[in-house]
Design a protein around this ligand. Structure first.
Ligand code: ZN
Length: 136
């Protein structure tokens, strides 16, 4: 397999929750993380909260009305680790390179995710059972 992209860092770890309001005290007060940002991401139909510790970010994701993928995850598996996100310098180039290797990015074009970043996802089938988000 020929290398097709450079990753810059682990951007965040995504955790699916039923309710950000209920989950926040666990991560903020219980686990001592710092709440950085709460945002409704319209294009993804999710509410997200970003919490930090050191240089690591955890993203809580709560589906909003009409959202399908995270809702299905919660129904099937319950709350838990949903995805890891890798930061890349060139998301279009990364997706094109991955497609050459037979990976199937979930969106034909990147969407706008939390923080206005361009994001796309790789199926867990392509990455050892892990849903991988790419962001730029
Ligand atoms: Zn994410």
């Amino acid at each position: 397999m020929e290398k097709q992209m450079e990753t810059k860092s682990l951007d965040h770890i995504g955790i699916a929750v039923k309710s950000i309001e209920a989950a926040l005290p666990i991560f903020e007060k219980g686990l001592g993380m710092k709440l950085e940002h709460i945002e409704d991401v319209e294009q993804m139909k999710v509410k997200t909260a970003k919490l930090s510790t050191g240089n690591t970010i955890i993203e809580l994701i709560q589906p909003l009305a009409g959202e399908e993928a995270v809702s299905r995850f919660l129904e099937k598996k319950g709350e838990g680790i949903h995805h890891i996100c890798l930061a890349v310098a060139d998301i279009e180039g990364a997706c094109a390179g991955l497609a050459k290797l037979g990976f199937k990015p979930i969106y034909p074009q990147p969407k706008t995710g939390a923080g206005g970043k361009k994001v796309n996802f790789l199926s867990p089938k392509d990455a050892c059972g892990v849903l991988v988000e790419l962001c730029q």
